[in-house]
Ligand binder design. Structure first.
Ligand SMILES: Cc1cc2nc3c(=O)[nH]c(=O)nc-3n(C[C@H](O)[C@H](O)[C@H](O)COP(=O)(O)O)c2cc1C
Length: 423
């Protein structure tokens, strides 16, 4: 079930394989308007909108665009469609259901910053989305929405698709750049930032699929109007991938400011079989696990900082009482241990040790010392890993130690009991 506001309003109403359908629905009109605007006016509208990136980190879009616009020479735009975060499927829907909206957003971004070429980096598993995007790009070239002197203007622009090979870390911007260049996906030390030195050492602007989709919307209604959607912390709408033990799983588009409880109960229809929610993981495997009592928190990045976490790309994974928290954490840690690129020591070695400690909790053989080791190791990895993978992979542990401390203590007591009675 999909709640339609703006980014999803054409879903199932247009044929994603037809550019004509998109044009009939007013598609590319905003880009045409942008072609007649001054580049700095477009950037100012985007600044007024207060939009933040939708790929996970929530960085202000206009700051990155303005700094990129200042760079000279050949410049790249990259659309990050890797979407490797477990529980997220919004970018897949955007690509499969309304591909030209993404291209229009990329064109606005490129025109306003002086870029010449875009790579859309799509995870290899998204075969259908890749096919639809390829078709859309072909149609856009045919109708001169891409190519030389677009729609009679001085602006020329190319788009090429690059397929990822299924590594989660390749969604991280530096690993993604390496992957586009044909190297193994490993992060780089920063600075320099991609806006200065990116793909093939050229300045590169990287944004998420959903972020690009917001640009036509911002220019259509104006930055100030856009900034009124949401609340004081975050503007616009957010696509939420809702899964787990909830009746109506699916993609929802909600204005920032709605609470997590509203999404789960009103849009998602509540928990299956009238069971109780025991915990909710926000953002994906890299996100916080919070108890039911915190569900009245807003969906915005600013307030999430209180919990040392972010909404990430927008997944909400609901778990009822039948789940064992330690099993969930174990699955998360197995995922990260498999996906670490191995470049930095805290991430490469740390995940192996954390996994061993979590296994002790799962197997009822943990003691107080294991708890303390887990606590300090998680903090060390979080603070010292080279890229966002290791910096965020410990969030499920850090958050559960904060909100479910008694569960850890209980497990230690039960482990002692097991040891005393069963050896
Ligand atoms: C391990 C890891 C995986 C990531 N995966 C993605 C991804 O699949 N898609 C995405 O847009 N951003 C992903 N990011 C965030 C990107 O590094 C980058 O911040 C984002 O593409 C910037 O776009 P935005 O400002 O529009 O959000 C990931 C970050 C990390 C650390």
């Amino acid at each position: 079930m999909i709640e339609r506001i703006e980014l999803t309003k054409r879903f199932d109403k247009i044929d994603p394989l037809s550019i004509k359908n998109y044009l009939d629905f007013g598609g590319y009109e905003v880009f045409k308007k942008a072609l007649k605007m001054k580049q700095e006016d477009i950037l100012n509208e985007i600044a007024l909108s207060r939009i933040t990136g939708r790929g996970g980190a929530g960085f202000p879009v206009s700051i990155k665009m303005k700094s990129f616009a200042k760079e000279s020479g050949f410049k790249y735009v990259v659309c990050n469609a890797d979407e490797g975060e477990p529980g997220n499927f919004k970018d897949r829907y955007l690509m499969e259901k309304d591909p030209h909206q993404i291209i229009e957003g990329i064109l606005i971004s490129a025109f306003s910053t002086g870029a010449s070429k875009c790579f859309i980096y799509i995870r290899g598993e998204y075969a259908k989305a890749i096919g639809i995007m390829k078709n859309a790009i072909k149609q856009a070239y045919k109708t001169n929405h891409l190519g030389m002197n677009i729609l009679g203007s001085n602006f020329s622009f190319e788009i090429e698709i690059r397929r990822g090979a299924g590594a989660y870390v390749c969604g991280e911007e530096f690993a993604l750049i390496e992957s586009i260049e044909g190297k193994p996906g490993r992060t780089r030390v920063k600075p320099p930032f991609p806006t200065q030195v990116g793909v093939f050492d050229k300045p590169t602007l990287i944004n998420n699929v959903e972020t690009f989709c917001n640009l036509p919307f911002i220019l259509r209604i104006g930055g100030t109007e856009y900034s009124k959607i949401g609340n004081e912390y975050a503007s616009g709408t957010k696509l939420i991938s809702l899964t787990g033990n909830v009746k109506n799983k699916g993609l929802y588009e909600v204005p920032y400011g709605r609470t997590i409880r509203e999404v789960i109960e009103v849009l998602g229809g509540g928990v299956n079989d009238n069971k109780k929610i025991s915990m909710v993981q926000l953002g994906g495997a890299c996100g916080a696990i919070i108890p039911e009592s915190l569900l009245d928190m807003d969906i915005d990045n600013e307030k999430f900082n209180i919990f040392d976490s972010k909404m990430g790309a927008g997944a909400i994974i609901v778990m009822d009482e039948s789940f064992d928290m330690f099993d969930i954490i174990l699955k998360n840690m197995e995922f990260f241990q498999h996906e670490t690129c191995g470049k930095c020591m805290p991430c490469r070695e740390g995940h192996i040790q954390v996994l061993n400690l979590i296994k002790k909790f799962v197997r009822y053989s943990a003691n107080e010392k294991d708890y303390l080791s887990l606590e300090s190791l998680a903090q060390v990895i979080h603070e010292t890993a080279l890229c966002g993978l290791g910096q965020t992979s410990m969030t499920s542990i850090i958050s559960t130690m904060k909100f479910f401390k008694e569960d850890y203590q209980q497990r230690i007591k039960e482990s002692l009991f097991k040891e005393e009675y069963y050896g």
